[in-house]
Design a protein around this ligand. Sequence first.
Ligand SMILES: Nc1nc2c(ncn2[C@@H]2O[C@H](COP(=O)(O)OP(=O)(O)OP(=O)(O)O)[C@@H](O)[C@H]2O)c(=O)[nH]1
Ligand SMILES: [Mg+2]
Length: 328
Amino acid sequence: MIVDDVKINVFAGHGGRGLVTFSKTKMTQGPTGGNGGIGGSIFIEGVSDLGALRQFRFKKELRADDGQNGKSQLNDGHDGDDLTLYVPVGTVAHLVQTNSPVWGRRNIEIGKIGQREIIAKGGKGGKGNFLFRSATDTSPEKFEEGKPGESFEIRLELKMIADVGFIGLPNVGKSSLLNEITNAKSKVANYPFTTLEPNLGIYFDLILADIPGLIEGASEGKGLGIKFLRHIERTKILFHFVSADSANPISDYKTVRTELEIYNTLLLEKPEHIFISKSDTVLESVIKNIKADFKKLNKEVTPISILDETSLGDFKKILNNLITEKQA
Ligand SMILES: Nc1nc2c(ncn2[C@@H]2O[C@H](COP(=O)(O)OP(=O)(O)OP(=O)(O)O)[C@@H](O)[C@H]2O)c(=O)[nH]1
Ligand SMILES: [Mg+2]
């Protein structure tokens, strides 16, 4: 099952201590202690893998490296390496308790692949004795300790933000199409409930989400249930697929819409495109009839088949228009 809500403890690196040392050369016995290095900070960065939070199920303590202590001959200690945690696009990070300069009171939302945000800042390194020299103190024994890195308990909650959500009854070809037009590798098979977790595919600037099939009663927990309706809430546009080989495409369409409505009426207000999938499996005349039936509901539908290049081209045009709108 997809991990979509985890708590982790992050520890940014401690700053290194400044060094107290003096030049060994007799002429110049001045202070030469270098500064401590800065502790590594911790970042989160968005990736397309929706399952990425799984890594935190058992590994809950995440530490960046400490800065090294200062060295002799004015050499500063190395800074600690930063640590990057990869989280799915649509992850919201909240502080469980504290407040901090890095966070203020905000939540940090990862809305884009590659978006990188700091969540815990490494500690400053301490000054070595070289920086404490003065006219009155040419042999200072003073130094600073490094400062501790920030540490927090953080909750990572996946609230997927896809541009387009693929919805429909099971087995209508949602995953097949996602695989066809993106580099996704969603499992495909000729039986219902093949897809058990949402999958993301990237089409240029758009994030497409293949949502597991919905059935009547999904909003009450039937089939794979309402878990995924929550994800649909966060998609901007719905692509609703109805199979051309269905005995009753209109009733299939209404079944899914009813489940959306029961879960949250606002879902019905999302922009929607309706596609008649697997259009290669029926005669042209059947497609015409389905179109006419939807027309009576004032709905336009677009036939699509992964075996028909022309229809795939039409599908990509719709996506390209969405990209243009998104950029505008
Ligand atoms: N002839 C034909 N078969 C298709 C087409 N698209 C998908 N299929 C087949 O339909 C079956 C179901 O496809 P999936 O992509 O797994 O369907 P799905 O909607 O993702 O199903 P769930 O994950 O169960 O919701 C598979 O056997 C596919 O090979 C199509 O355009 N034409
Ligand atoms: Mg599927």
